[in-house]
Design a protein around this ligand. Structure first.
Ligand SMILES: Cc1cc2nc3c(=O)[nH]c(=O)nc-3n(C[C@H](O)[C@H](O)[C@H](O)COP(=O)(O)OP(=O)(O)OC[C@H]3O[C@@H](n4cnc5c(N)ncnc54)[C@H](O)[C@@H]3O)c2cc1C
Length: 475
């Protein structure tokens, strides 16, 4: 990083040092934004290749976002949740590898893998916690300036408590995820004033309704919005809460016209844990324990004394859902691009993913998490040596898998360290996602024009759909 040197020294902010000549960046480190699974894997690859790095993590601990959904069990087994370089570093210590066939919760992912990784002496000194990257720039240049741009180092502007500091870096890997910037519940995707003002009644993400958030939801009228795996997890937990607290009522609204589309591959899903969720949800819906509204487009929220009303349309007819105590919005998330305003990046106009990835992952076209191998070449940005990786590289598409991100950073680090053969040789060992679908009508139109949505109804879902199952999605 800024003024230092070899891989063993602790980087210091440039504001505390003298400046280096702009053209010699070999003594600068690679900056990683975010200490989630993919940011940490990037660190492991950099260590393995003897390259120095600095990692900025906004929260007080490693994997701040995963920690927020720590009570949720993931649907891919350990085998696919650990990066190879990271594993090798850990295996050189007394670390005990988890059972590769087991399915960890987010908490276990941290405790048994990410936390030990972050504590390694080759990694720990280079992580800055409670440090949020608020801007990335090219030293001395605005985005518009082209001349000499590639020769200038990056500057990371970070907020640490009440201090604003700057660090220089020769390359930047942005692995900051999307979890902290959820989509609004209003179906047109904008943050209305009412939705913002009612934030004490609306939760985003997957609240721990059986644990730390139980009091907030027990015995209440709860509305769940969305049809992805977050929504399914939330509904299944609420049903267990209802068994303990029978006054808890559950209403569920989805944009899809057919609730069966949410159940996914069920028995045919090769990700067994994910299939089980769909089966359990179907039982729940058929038992009548939750009221379901399909084809529901939320238009606005209004306060109703101590409660909330949700107003929307179903096939053009206005419908209100009244007297809700709590709303849980599981409508996916979007990348935070605000701190990249001065970097030249190529972002897809429709799904806000890295441009080259969009045709591979567009949820209007693909329903599964299988994507063809890709690496540095696809992830390369107009600003040389700047990369967006991990779930953020998928933008608003909800199908990202950790294994994809591990291969992304392996390839990028190989390129950054000059091993072009390894960078280009991308291989992806993904969990088989079982039944997947490709919406062929959209695919056809997308080959004629840009990727046009068939019904503009893409929701946050990692799920598979039964239509056209078995197609070779994304492969
Ligand atoms: C409930 C749930 C279940 C999932 N299950 C699976 C599964 O079974 N299998 C699978 O492969 N994938 C699964 N995923 C998808 C995906 O693999 C995870 O979301 C994974 O955590 C993504 O890793 P990431 O490193 O890209 O981002 P994140 O884990 O979101 O990490 C980003 C990090 O960046 C930090 N950060 C953000 N902004 C800044 C900033 N400006 N400055 C500094 N730091 C910042 C955050 O605090 C966070 O620690 C699941 C996702 C969710 C939400």
């Amino acid at each position: 990083m800024s003024q230092c040197c070899g891989s063993k020294s602790v980087p210091v902010p440039i504001s505390k040092t003298t400046s280096k000549p702009a053209s010699s960046h070999d003594d600068l480190s690679v900056a990683i934004i975010g200490g989630g699974p993919i940011g940490l894997a990037a660190a492991a690859h950099l260590v393995t290749r003897g390259e120095s790095f600095i990692l900025f993590e906004a929260s007080a601990q490693i994997a701040g976002n995963v920690n927020q959904w720590g009570h949720v069990r993931v649907f891919s087994p350990w085998q696919y949740n650990m990066d190879n370089a990271a594993k090798q570093l850990l295996e050189a210590t007394d670390w005990q590898s988890p059972n590769e066939q087991a399915f960890p919760t987010g908490r276990e992912l941290i405790d048994e893998y990410l936390s030990p990784l972050s504590e390694l002496p080759s990694i720990k000194p280079f992580i800055h916690y409670n440090t949020e990257v608020v801007a990335v720039t090219r030293k001395g240049l605005s985005k518009v300036k082209t001349t000499g741009r590639a020769e200038q180092p990056f500057v990371l502007h970070v907020q640490q408590g009440d201090q604003l500091l700057k660090y220089q870096a020769k390359a930047v890997i942005d692995a900051s995820g999307t979890w902290a910037t959820p989509n609004p519940a209003v179906s047109e995707g904008i943050w209305t004033r009412e939705e913002q003002l009612l934030n004490s009644h609306i939760s985003y993400g997957i609240p721990d309704v059986l644990g730390r958030d139980m009091e907030r939801f027990a015995g209440k009228n709860v509305l769940v919005v969305g049809s992805g795996h977050s929504a399914i997890n939330t509904l299944l937990d609420l049903e267990r809460l209802q068994e303990r607290e029978p006054l808890t009522s559950i209403t569920w609204v989805i944009r899809k016209s057919n609730v069966a589309d949410v159940y996914g591959g069920q028995q045919s899903d090769a990700l067994r844990e994910r299939g089980v969720l769909g089966i359990r949800l179907q039982h729940l819906v058929e038992s009548g324990k939750i009221s379901v509204y399909t084809s529901f487009l939320i238009e606005h929220f209004e306060k109703n004394e101590a409660q909330v009303n949700v107003l929307g349309t179903v096939n053009g007819e206005t419908i209100g859902i009244y007297g809700l105590d709590e709303v849980i919005s599981n409508t996916g998330s979007r990348p935070n691009l605000s701190f990249l305003r001065e970097v030249r990046i190529n972002i897809d106009s429709d799904i806000e993913s890295v441009g080259a990835l969009a045709p591979l992952i567009d949820p209007n076209v693909h329903s599964c998490g299988t994507v063809r191998p890709h690496g540095e070449i696809e992830l390369r940005q107009p600003d040389h040596n700047f990369y967006i990786v991990g779930s953020k590289s998928y933008g608003r598409a909800p199908t990202f898998l950790m294994a994809t991100g591990y291969e992304q950073v392996r390839s990028i680090v190989a390129a950054l360290t000059g091993d072009w053969e390894a960078a280009e040789n991308v291989e992806l060992d993904l969990p088989e996602t079982g039944v997947c679908s490709v919406n062929k009508s959209v695919q056809l139109s997308s080959s004629l024009s840009s990727r046009q949505p068939a019904d503009n109804q893409s929701e946050s879902t990692c799920s598979t759909t039964s239509s056209e199952s078995g197609s070779s999605c994304c492969s």
